[in-house]
Design a protein around this ligand. Structure first.
Ligand code: HEM
Ligand code: NAG
Length: 330
């Protein structure tokens, strides 16, 4: 049969288009878009950026916290600000998990949210604050600029019981770590790059002492082990004394490839950090990142973007919280 393609739209093509439109409408997926708040709150991204800068000027480590928040929020279920919920009315805060140990600066999320509520009430999600504050914090820490979509929704529940199944522990095997990231679509290269976030911030002694006592982990550089023992003088650190070591003593507030250089010198802080050099699938990537900061930044940016888009909530599953600490119905 001769077709008259070109003269008319094929009806089945129109049908397909309609189906795609309906699918998009009903699933509510694909909601993430660049500058999602262009109409509803045109200054949203600028307000977040200004607040992140102001907070950084007063407390530099807020920027570090925003980066860790992105990981802990997005890795558990989705980027839905479930991490920010405090314990109340049936919600058990994810912040109580042992994995969240040492997380700080949650109170300053409120500062950012209040600035947004003043300009556009109930419009900008806490989940987008988590993602964009991380994005802006990364720039302040000398990391790459990352173009991020917005339009995330906030969860109506917390997932405390999921945290330990999602966030690896400081002493987990590289195999397990890689499989956790693989399950959210981040491959080996992305995982190695993401761990470069440990180029900034600190680790409390509880997460280190097993590498120092009763015997020093033989893979640790001896001088570095001495430094760590000075920072963490006993095998049972008093939880009330905030004892910690810096992730990177040379450039502790810069997101650079110093982390990988230190790994090559056997100065990895956590067991997982150091294992990047002993696992044959990750060690060539450590070499590459140690040699080329630009390559590290490119891979880091790509992986942060993947992390920030993990499994976003559909419009009807989520909400826009008024106060990031509580679901709206409370
Ligand atoms: C295998 C994966 C990971 C493990 C096991 C892990 C574990 C840890 C641990 C134990 C600490 C120290 C907490 C403390 O004692 O205060 C820490 C700190 C930190 N982590 Fe990770 N982490 C992982 C991946 C990531 C990723 C992917 C990011 C971000 C992209 C990240 C960002 C941070 C930051 C910024 C800090 C410093 C926080 C501060 O100084 O307040 N981590 N991590
Ligand atoms: C990892 O460290 C935790 C304490 O943070 C400890 O309870 C656990 O036994 C350790 N696991 C391994 C495999 O060493």
């Amino acid at each position: 049969m001769a077709s008259n393609r070109g003269d008319h739209f094929c009806p089945s093509f129109i049908f397909l288009l309609l189906q795609l439109l309906l699918l998009q409408f009903y699933s509510g997926k694909g909601d993430l878009q660049l500058n999602y708040y262009a109409e509803s709150c045109p200054n949203a991204e600028e307000i977040i950026k200004q607040q992140v800068i102001k907070l950084y000027d007063k407390h530099g480590n807020t920027a570090v916290s925003w980066v860790r928040n992105l990981f802990h929020d997005c890795m558990v279920k989705s980027c839905d600000a479930s991490l920010l919920l405090e314990t109340r009315n049936g919600v058990e805060s994810e912040q109580k998990s042992e994995r969240s140990f040492g997380m700080r600066n949650f109170k300053y999320v409120k500062t950012i949210k209040e600035a947004l509520e003043n300009e556009c009430p109930m419009t900008v999600s806490c989940a987008d604050i988590v993602s964009l504050s991380a994005r802006d914090g990364i720039v302040l820490l000398g990391g790459p600029r990352i173009e991020m979509k917005t339009g995330r929704k906030d969860s109506k529940e917390g997932y405390l019981s999921e945290v330990e199944n999602s966030i690896p522990n400081h002493n987990d095997t590289m195999e397990l770590v890689l499989s956790r990231f693989q399950s959210i679509g981040i491959g080996t290269e992305g995982t190695v790059a993401l761990l470069g976030a440990h180029s900034v911030g600190r680790v409390h002694c509880v997460n280190l002492v097993h590498r120092l006592y009763p015997t020093v982990d033989p893979t640790l550089d001896p001088d570095y082990a001495e430094y760590l023992k000075r920072r963490c003088p006993t095998p049972d650190p008093d939880p009330k004394k905030v004892l910690y070591a810096r992730n990177d003593r040379e450039t502790p507030m810069v997101l650079d490839n110093m982390y990988y250089k230190h790994l090559l010198q056997h100065k990895g802080l956590l067991l997982v950090d150091q294992q990047l050099t002993s696992d044959p699938t990750t060690s060539p990537l450590v070499d590459k990142m140690a040699a080329d900061n630009g390559y590290f930044h490119d891979q880091f940016a790509r992986a942060v973007l993947l992390l920030s888009e993990n499994n976003q909530l559909t419009a009807d599953q989520g909400e826009i919280r008024k106060d990031c600490r509580y679901v709206n119905s409370d």
